[in-house]
Design a protein around this ligand. Structure first.
Ligand SMILES: Nc1nc2c(ncn2[C@@H]2O[C@H](COP(=O)(O)OP(=O)(O)O)[C@@H](O)[C@H]2O)c(=O)[nH]1
Ligand SMILES: [Mg+2]
Length: 456
């Protein structure tokens, strides 16, 4: 059910959580992924735009400290998604008899849902009966009968009678014995005059306590129009979305219902009798995000963020000096993106020129990282604190390489990366304001030089 969207949302929150700094480029890439996934889930483009703008506004708000930004962004993402999913609407049974009528077009899932809903209420101790009033489809009453018998539910059908009002009248005495009557009705290909007429007279006759519109999730955003049309014709008290398991468009159906303020009571997620669940937007979203709730999500971010470390890092960048360990630490913490990508997102402004970075520099450096870690272990405290002293010290470099079981070129590559980063930091690239440091042109020149020198 919306697996793809869930996956993208989880990746986006992970990216936010793992970022050292949420700079514009990282944000752009996250928003791009989100937009694509939401639109693929058939969420209305203007809703998607709104959501993106909200996130962008918060993320680029200068007044919010970098440290707090990730939490803000995650919270906004969560709240905005919740907003487009709509309010929770529960189907509460009333005292006295509940007459729940399911309406919808052909193949929407009415009959199947009548059985599921009947089972749902029967399991909760109610006296339930299913009533078949679909007189148009020859096999409709047989389908209901089979579903009821299979699941030991009471049912009332009359396969011969072609007037649904008559069936209701004939069974009136029998129906009185039950607390919950779930009524299956006939659909049409479209909501035409005949269907409207039939629903209206059923409404008068039965005076249902609930008139529920059943729509399949695969109609996506078209759910909006359908909900509006049905609501105009008869009073709809809520919606059930079926087949959430079999389409990627469920996001469209759900958000379309929220837009029309048609509360979604239930969603159904399979062919089996128990494949029905109350639609709780919060729980649904948590599941999509793969979290318990917003609080645990924020907790997760805090736990991977290491606030102290982040503060420390920011200080170092501001003071214009990054240590060897920082270089490795930062590169390491973004395994999924590869080493250099991480450094890119770490230094605001850097990614702006990413197109100009020589190829090869962006290669994943996993192997290199593990070598670097060994290298660090065979360095003295003095060397680690002041890598500059190694610069022209071939014997020292050879000693370190031997201790780490790597080549001297590996040691040199770490030193180069270290130097490069510090040069960049010093030159003001990491100030967060590119224009305040080097010009774009100067930066490109510098990168070119680095690229030639380094061949990562
Ligand atoms: N995968 C899946 N199929 C469903 C679900 N609900 C209904 N269906 C199927 O959708 C088809 C139409 O359902 P039916 O109840 O006969 O629709 P009706 O014409 O509105 O009464 C049937 O093949 C059902 O088995 C669901 O939640 N998941
Ligand atoms: Mg049916």
């Amino acid at each position: 059910m919306l697996e793809k969207l869930g996956e993208v949302l989880r990746k986006a929150t992970d990216k936010i959580a793992n970022a050292i700094f949420l700079d514009k480029n990282l944000l752009d890439s996250i928003i791009r992924d989100l937009q694509r996934a939401l639109i693929e889930a058939d969420v209305n483009v203007s809703l998607v735009k709104e959501l993106s703008e909200e996130i962008r506004t918060v993320a680029l708000d200068e007044r919010i400290k970098q440290i707090d930004k990730k939490e803000h962004v995650i919270k906004i993402l969560h709240d905005e998604l919740l907003k487009i999913l709509g309010e929770e609407k529960k189907l509460k049974l009333q005292k006295g008899q509940n007459r729940i009528m399911l309406l919808g077009l052909y193949g929407a899932g009415k009959t199947t849902t009548v059985a599921k809903l009947g089972n749902y209420f029967a399991k909760r101790g109610n006296k339930v009966v299913l009533l078949g009033l679909d007189v148009h489809r020859p096999a409709a009453s047989e389908q209901l009968k089979q579903l009821a018998e299979k699941n030991k539910l009471n049912y009332l059908i009359d396969a011969k009678e072609k007037n649904p009002m008559k069936i209701w009248k004939n069974f009136e005495g029998e129906i009185k014995k039950y607390d919950v009557v779930i009524v299956d009705t006939a659909g049409r290909h479209t909501l035409d005059d005949d269907l409207i007429k039939e629903i209206k007279s059923l409404n008068r006759e039965i005076s249902p306590t609930e008139s529920i519109l059943v729509m399949p999730a695969d109609i996506g955003q078209a759910a909006k129009k359908q909900a509006q049309e049905f609501t105009e014709a008869v009073k709809i008290s809520g919606v059930i979305i079926t087949r959430m398991d079999s389409t990627a468009k469920g996001g469209g159906a759900l958000t379309a219902c929220a837009e029309t303020k048609s509360g979604v009571y239930f969603i159904t997620t399979g062919e089996k009798i128990n494949d029905i669940e109350e639609f709780n937007p919060k729980a649904f979203l948590s599941r999509l995000l793969g979290m318990g709730d917003l609080e645990s999500l924020i907790e997760k971010i805090k736990s991977v963020t290491h606030e102290d470390k982040q503060k420390e890092m920011q200080k170092k960048i501001e003071s214009g000096k990054i240590g060897l360990e920082d270089v490795i630490e930062q590169v390491k913490s973004m395994n999924s993106l590869g080493g250099f990508e991480k450094i890119k997102s770490m230094i605001p402004g850097f990614a702006k020129v990413q197109g100009k970075i020589p190829e090869g520099m962006l290669e994943s450096q996993q192997e290199k990282i593990s070598k670097w870690e060994h290298i660090l272990k065979s360095m003295t405290k003095e060397e680690k604190e002041n890598p500059e002293i190694l610069e022209k010290q071939t014997p020292r470099i050879a000693r370190i390489a031997k201790g780490a079981g790597v080549n001297t070129s590996d040691v040199r590559s770490l030193l180069k990366q270290y130097k490069m980063l510090n040069d960049m930091v010093k030159s003001g690239m990491a100030s967060g304001d590119v224009s305040g440091g080097l010009s774009q042109k100067q930066m490109q020149k510098m990168l070119k030089k680095f690229g030639k020198k380094m061949r990562f």
